[in-house]
Design a protein around this ligand. Structure first.
Ligand code: SAH
Length: 397
């Protein structure tokens, strides 16, 4: 072990690691001993030479080390990854015991003690995302273990997220093992959804919104619903199943809208009152207002407007705009389910923004529920940066 490359921190810079926060930023590094390759396991020590953790070295990133483990005598090897993956699988069994869906997140990065690794399950297919150079190094091991520990018939790689650039990594996607079913279908609460793991957004579906889709299903009966930023129709299908009177779904992506149509067909909703609109939500909400449209339930689930706190101000203006128009379109007594998946806009700021949108729209509202991601996306106590999805269910009074 003495031969392991070593990262020595500047005096006092070990505090966050002692609180089990798994990132070492470049500014905290005093010295590198040895010449670790990108992704290599390094020993992290404080200025006095006391062991802090083993982590993955990432020389291109501002996050210079991501900690794998905190035990000096535990090696980072196949056995380590077997233990972490097994724990992640067990956690899902515990938090989604009688799951009504065969699609779920199996590994949620830092929250599962596997920084930079995402694994999503779509039925018998797993989608792997290696977002850090550390996980990239261990990719073959991870694929072998996932084949061994799960009953998957295929593993597809979607390591094509923008954040890989920060790690000095090229985007990569492709089949790693098995064959993909054509089409790949999953079930959620009795609904059938097709998932495009090769070209779809993220790894194919927004699994984090599962519980919120379930919530709107129970609220939709007899309602005129607007689903803005509908992607492949997760919320649209849920409200149709819940007995919505009509649904207007807006989305800018043509392939996503084509899947909404397909989903309505395969789930037997083709005779329902459904309007699919290919448009920019910002513009279309204004058009609906001009047409004096009114809705009883509005869902706003926009893309990430603020990846980091740096973008919070601009993002807040965008959130305020769509929520202002949503409030204007909401009938008295109507419900607004409004979300942000911006890590740069926390729950407190988001609530303020929604409050000021209501004020400008001249309406009042009560917060029925504060929303978050489904439990397979549960964050770690020590890692608040992992939180990104927040939402409010507001009733216009
Ligand atoms: N509610 C969806 C996920 C929405 S993700 C679900 O549960 O599955 C956000 C969606 O907004 C993406 O599909 C993206 O293509 C779309 N989008 C992004 N900007 C848009 C805009 N300005 N107007 C309309 N759609 C937009």
């Amino acid at each position: 072990m003495s031969a392991s490359p070593k990262i020595t921190l500047k005096p006092g810079r070990e505090k966050s690691l002692q609180r089990r926060h798994p990132w070492v930023f470049s500014g905290a590094v005093e010295r590198v001993t040895g010449s670790p390759d990108p992704g290599a396991t390094v020993r992290v020590e404080n200025a006095d030479g006391h062991f802090l953790g083993w982590g993955a070295w990432s020389p291109s990133s501002q996050i210079r080390v991501r900690i794998w483990n905190w035990e000096e005598d535990e090696s980072v090897d196949d056995e380590f990854f077997r233990k972490r993956l097994s724990a992640a699988l067990q956690f899902r069994q515990a938090v989604l015991p009688d799951s009504q869906s065969n699609a779920r997140r199996l590994v949620h990065g830092e929250a599962d003690g596997l920084p930079g690794l995402i694994v999503d399950q779509y039925g018998e297919v797993l989608v792997l995302q290696c977002l850090s150079v550390g996980t990239d190094q261990w990719r073959d091991t991870l694929v072998g273990l996932l084949n061994e520990l799960t009953e998957c018939t295929a593993i597809y790689e979607r390591s094509d997220a923008e954040v890989r650039k920060l790690e000095g990594l090229e985007p990569r996607r492709g089949l790693l093992s098995g064959t993909l079913p054509e089409p790949l279908q999953i079930t959620e609460q009795g609904l059938t959804l097709e998932v495009d793991v090769e070209k779809g957004q993220k790894t194919g579906l927004y699994l984090d919104q599962r519980d919120n889709r379930e919530r709107v299903r129970t609220l939709a009966s007899g309602k005129r619903v607007l689903d803005a930023f509908c992607y492949t129709g997760g919320f649209t299908l849920a409200v149709l199943q819940g007995g919505a009177k009509s649904v207007t779904a807006i989305e800018s992506s043509k392939p996503a809208l084509a899947l909404v149509e397909q989903h309505c067909r395969i789930n037997g909703f083709e005779d329902r009152d459904i309007t699919l609109v290919e448009a920019d939500v910002f513009e279309h909400l204004r058009r609906l207002r001009d047409a004096v449209a009114s809705f009883d339930l509005i869902i706003l689930d926009p893309p990430k407007f603020a990846p980091t706190a740096k973008h919070a101000e601009k993002a807040s203006r965008a959130y305020k705009d769509i929520n202002l128009w949503a409030f204007r379109l909401l009938a008295p007594g109507g419900l607004l389910l409004t979300c942000s998946c911006s890590a740069g806009v926390g729950p407190e700021l988001f609530r303020k923004v929604i409050g000021s949108a209501a004020l400008d729209a001249g309406v009042e509202g009560r917060v029925i529920k504060v929303l978050g991601p489904a439990p397979d996306h549960a964050g770690a106590l020590y890692f608040p940066e992992g939180e990104y999805l927040t939402g409010l269910l507001v009733r216009r009074t």
